[in-house]
Design a protein around this ligand. Structure first.
Ligand code: AMP
Length: 421
């Protein structure tokens, strides 16, 4: 009798349906934030992961499914999606294909980890990558999307852990401080070998984490500190709770500035990572592209389904957003996040695109989504505390104060829908 290979699994109903449900919810959320689907190959050159994920990471050192094909090419089954997306961004010159370079993917990843509950050798990840935007609003956007996906699939109990790893300059200084501190601790054999090569990875060691509790935190340069502070402010304004965790370094080499992870909170003591990500401003340049800032995340589908079962989450169909929020300029972007969460809190589903983009391109998206109302906030409105409310059926618009916005939108959405000619 044949069995599945250790670490690989069949996914049967109803779990297979739960997975499709999560995929659909995620797609709807991505659509609202104007992320486009991308499909990348399962197999890449092994070398791509050495250069990106990093030679001294667990994934590359111990867990890669590496093989030689008939033509003696050294290949690997992808252990994660970001390197492939970065490669395709360069290969296909996606930077030249219009202003929107926000992508999402859904696909299986392979890591030869020691199998246990919630840890498989083939698992599915939903990932999003926002490429070409250095602003901390992009960091906030991806975290807001993650939070939204989790809430919509019925998972309520989790924590969002965030940290900043700074830029190359901050890290150079931190490296010395860290080595000096860590060399006085009792380290496991692997960490001893990593201490000089990659001291940040030592803090990520899974054995006896208590010994790291007094590790000095990274000192950020002005630019990195400002970035991190803005991110925290925007998350707070958007009603996203988070926990600052100076020991969160993530396992991979390419991160700069913001890193984050979502931990399940439903089982006391042991916290499972449901997803994680961060900014990777150097990665695209490292593999031959132009210097391009970027941020992204990977969310583990298998673990989400386990969590949904634990909390007995119900599957429901998400209604389509009827309002689009367009914004122009940094200040407007900041204010629009607050307005966005205010509307959502009042049960009004809003689509938007916090990224770059002219008003014209944002209006095009609003049109495509078929929303009934578009809200427009520019620099002037952001300063005045007002917003333009455009009725997409009649084309008429009026300016209202933020205080009056929710009740006006509610009133307009209740009015009978006129079919557009
Ligand atoms: P990582 O890039 O390692 O942080 O992974 C992102 C997410 O993918 C994790 O938070 C998990 O939800 C999921 N994941 C990673 N490795 C595995 C695995 N071996 N089995 C199942 N899910 C995984």
């Amino acid at each position: 009798m044949h069995t599945t290979v250790r670490g690989f699994k069949d996914i049967l109903p109803p779990d297979s349906y739960k997975m499709s449900f999560v995929e659909n919810v995620a797609k709807e959320v991505f659509e609202r934030f104007n992320y486009k689907e991308i499909r990348i190959p399962t197999v890449e050159y092994y070398d791509l992961f050495i250069k990106t994920t990093g030679e001294t990471t667990d994934i590359v050192e111990k867990e890669m499914y590496k093989f030689e094909d008939q033509s003696k090419r050294v290949l690997a089954l992808r252990p994660e999606g970001t390197p492939g997306v970065a490669r395709t961004y360069i290969n296909n010159k996606l930077n030249l294909k219009g202003e929107n370079t926000k992508y999402f993917y859904i696909g299986n990843m392979f890591r030869a980890e020691r199998p246990q509950a919630g840890r498989y050798r083939e698992f599915e990840q939903i990932g999003a990558e926002c490429i070409g935007v250095s602003s901390p609003y992009a960091d906030a956007e991806v975290i807001i999307m993650l939070d939204m996906i989790l809430k919509k699939i019925g998972i309520r109990s989790y924590s969002i852990e965030i940290n900043s790893l700074g830029c190359n300059e901050c890290r150079k200084k931190y490296r010395e401080i860290l080595i000096n501190y860590l060399k006085n601790l009792y380290l496991c054999d692997i960490c001893k070998t990593r201490l000089e090569r990659n001291p940040l990875r030592v803090i990520d060691c899974k054995t006896d984490r208590d010994k790291f509790k007094d590790v000095p935190s990274i000192e950020l340069c002005n630019d990195c500190r400002k970035h991190y502070e803005t991110l925290k402010n925007v998350l707070t304004q958007s009603n996203i709770s988070f926990n600052e965790n100076p020991l969160l370094v993530r396992g991979l080499d390419y991160y700069t500035k913001t890193v984050f992870e979502i931990w399940s909170g439903s089982n006391e003591g042991k916290k499972n990572s449901l997803g994680g990500g961060g900014r990777y401003d150097n990665l695209i340049e490292m593999i031959g592209g132009e210097k391009t800032p970027a941020i992204g995340f990977g969310l583990g589908m298998d673990r989400l389904v386990i969590e949904m079962k634990k909390v007995n989450a119900k599957l429901y169909k998400e209604p389509k957003p009827r309002v689009f929020l367009a914004q122009l300029g940094e200040l407007a972007k900041k204010k629009s996040l607050k307005i966005f969460s205010e509307l959502e809190k009042n049960g009004i589903l809003v689509a938007e695109s916090f990224g770059r983009g002219s008003l014209k391109s944002q209006m095009r998206i609003a049109d495509k989504l078929g929303v009934e109302i578009t809200l427009i906030i520019g620099q002037k409105e952001a300063l005045d505390g007002t917003i333009i409310v455009r009725d997409m059926m009649s084309g008429t618009q009026e300016i209202v104060t933020w205080e009056k916005l929710v009740s006006l939108v509610k009133k307009m959405l209740k009015a009978p829908i006129v079919i557009k000619k």
